[in-house]
Design a protein around this ligand. Structure first.
Ligand code: G6P
Length: 612
């Protein structure tokens, strides 16, 4: 939540900051602002709304200053408006701050500062923090650096902050605890950002700041220290992102680019890992702990949102193929409910961003109880990737549309490879089943490309249902989590209320909703529950519901019953979610576009949820 970017160097900061904010806008987009160092004072320009609104407002008010900080916000404290937007100035105007995270004890700090006579303009925890730094500096006559360090030692909560100081045109101070932060090392210039996307076009050399580390960045060099001001030796890493991956590449929206990029992103995920002809499946990231997976008595999967849905699919696959009991938990529930985790228990944590606060905290809790944690993560070098013992990256490339699409199929691909590897090592699948499944998995990119050919048909269907107010998604077995994912996609980007259910559970409630206005999307490809789902379709039809069915090719039986069918290629049922989710992604995309919604940046959402 919230994107931060800062620059110090030899170029005008403003264009770099604005472009950086545009790259980070997926993290939050309710208001934005910049602060530029100017001789006459810190020039703070802020605007409610998207970064484009800030740019239009600020373009003729910004100087050529070569030092500045900027922020795009996802509101936690205080409504999204100009006043609450970051950067915030300290009470005396000498310091400006940008902040991602939440200061949990800001109420008590604010009360103390009130008693000392300070007044606040905004409702934010951030303005309290920057005035707190100023007060500590002035009261104890500390240097800027010592004031930042001392105040952070008194703060409870999560933060990634950058602070600049009117008295020093050559310095900025950054610190992190619980919120991500990357420092780019250029030639005579430095960049700070929530992720590497604003940095990549300038330099590939970066430092990922760790929790409780502070960076003091000067025009002529930098230092990293811990919270006791002890110098640390930073590890400089090379970025492996290409600029093109951050652009729309001719598509109207990132979401559409990412949906259509799935044949490639799934192939990238398997590249170098899977070779069916040679019966080779190598997952370097789980090599050391493979035995632990094979001998696991149970596996607990943690995730949020779409990643949790991928976990549900994995539950079916791991139980089916590896005969290991699996529990799938929302990370946010797991971390607060005193879960039973023993030394050596196996956890798989799934996350696209690698920064989701609840997932990260759940991992730390599991580790504190002695669990071994595997990460299934997309963002390379992210906090979750670093917090887990081992894991496998998705290699899906940056996902920018807020609604997750290619990360979901990447997650399913990695989790399927893990299940196949473990099932094979464990002997719970036969040699020939293993070989067949490797071939099937290898052919998925081609089948996903065929599923994408339904796009035209889906546009026609979308036009008929774009004005719906409710929608039900039903599936059984492997396609039940796909129903949940389809419903989530529709509600998050089109704002149509949608629910996913196991098809048989419909009788225990949702059936009461069905009338001639209710679209019901069935994921009804030919699998072991095919006959059962046909009965469910009949139950909906006899109550006049409108049925849209995702079916296997040449399914005449469902075609006779359903109002609309969308045909997709067949595969082993364990792999069908990789294919059957594609039309659901397209359906939500087209309906949202037809309703005039902003699909890449749906209201109230953010891509990286770094607050709990
Ligand atoms: C947010 C995003 C979702 C994502 C979820 C979990 O809600 O909008 O697309 O599924 O967070 O995020 P993660 O990065 O941990 O997969």
């Amino acid at each position: 939540m919230c994107g931060i970017v800062a620059y110090i160097g030899n170029k005008p900061a403003f264009p770099i900051l604005i472009n950086g904010l545009k790259r980070l806008e997926y993290r939050g987009y309710d208001s934005a602002g910049v602060a530029l160092y100017e001789n006459s004072g810190l020039n703070v320009l802020k605007k409610e709304g998207k970064v484009a609104a800030l740019e239009a407002f600020a373009v003729d008010k910004a100087s050529d200053s070569t030092l500045g900080i900027a922020h795009t916000r996802w509101a936690t404290h205080g409504a999204p408006n100009d006043v609450n937007a970051h950067p915030h100035l300290s009470a005396d105007g000498s310091l400006a701050i940008i902040h991602n995270g939440i200061i949990e004890n800001y109420h008590s700090i604010k009360a103390e500062l009130h008693d000392k006579g300070y007044a606040f303009e905004s409702d934010t925890d951030t303005e309290v923090l920057v005035t707190f730094i100023q007060d500590i500096r002035d009261t104890h006559n500390l240097s800027f650096e010592d004031a930042v360090i001392t105040s952070l030692s008194k703060v409870i909560g999560a933060y990634a902050i950058v602070v600049i100081n009117q008295d020093n045109p050559d310095q900025m101070i950054a610190a992190r605890k619980g919120s991500p932060m990357v420092i780019g090392l250029g030639d005579g210039e430095y960049f700070i950002a929530s992720d590497a996307t604003p940095i990549v076009e300038f330099t590939k050399d970066v430092i990922y700041l760790n929790d409780e580390e502070i960076a003091i960045i000067q025009r002529d060099g930098y230092r990293i220290t811990n919270t006791s001001n002890v110098p640390l030796i930073p590890s400089i890493q090379k970025l492996d992102i290409q600029l093109e991956a951050l652009e729309k590449g001719g598509y109207e929206h990132f979401m559409l680019k990412e949906i259509f990029g799935q044949p490639e992103s799934i192939a990238d995920c398997m590249r170098g890992r899977l070779n069916a002809r040679e019966r080779k499946l190598t997952l370097g990231g789980i090599r050391e702990y493979a035995n632990k997976l094979v001998n696991a008595e149970k596996i607990t999967i943690l995730g949020c949102g779409t990643s949790w849905h991928a976990g549900l699919v994995a539950e079916y696959i791991l139980e089916d193929i590896c005969r290991i009991p699996v529990e799938v938990e929302y990370a946010s529930e797991f971390r607060y409910r005193n879960p039973v985790i023993k030394e050596g228990d196996i956890i798989i944590a799934i996350s696209q961003s690698g920064e989701t606060a609840d997932t990260l905290a759940a991992i730390e809790l599991a580790k504190s109880k002695g669990a071994i944690v595997f990460g299934v993560v997309n963002a390379v070098g992210s906090s979750i990737a670093r917090a887990t013992h081992e894991g496998a990256y998705l290699h899906a490339g940056p996902e920018i549309g807020v609604a997750s699409t290619k990360a979901f199929t990447g997650q399913l691909t990695v989790l399927t490879m893990i299940a196949l590897k473990v099932g094979y090592l464990k002997g719970t699948i036969t040699e020939s089943q293993y070989g067949d499944l490797l071939y099937e998995l290898e052919s998925i990119p081609k089948k996903v490309a065929q599923a994408l050919e339904t796009d035209k048909r889906i546009q026609e269907i979308s036009a008929k249902f774009k004005d719906a107010t409710n929608c039900l998604y039903l599936g059984r077995g492997y396609n039940f989590p796909v129903a949940l994912e389809g419903a989530l996609k529709l509600k998050e980007i089109s704002y149509i209320h949608a629910e996913g259910y196991p098809a048989a559970e419909m009788k225990h409630g949702p059936i009461a909703l069905i009338d001639e206005n209710m679209p019901v999307v069935f994921i009804a490809t030919r699998d072991s529950s095919y006959e059962k789902i046909i009965s469910n379709i009949q139950e909906v039809k006899s109550r006049k519901g409108k049925v849209i069915a995702i079916v296997s090719q040449h399914d005449e039986e469902i075609e006779r019953m359903a109002d609309f069918t969308i045909e997709v290629p067949s595969s082993h049922e364990a792999l069908m979610p990789l294919i059957s989710v594609i039309p659901l992604q397209l359906l939500s995309y087209h309906i949202a576009i037809m309703r005039g919604c902003n699909v890449d940046q749906p209201r109230n959402l953010a891509k990286s949820v770094t607050v709990e």
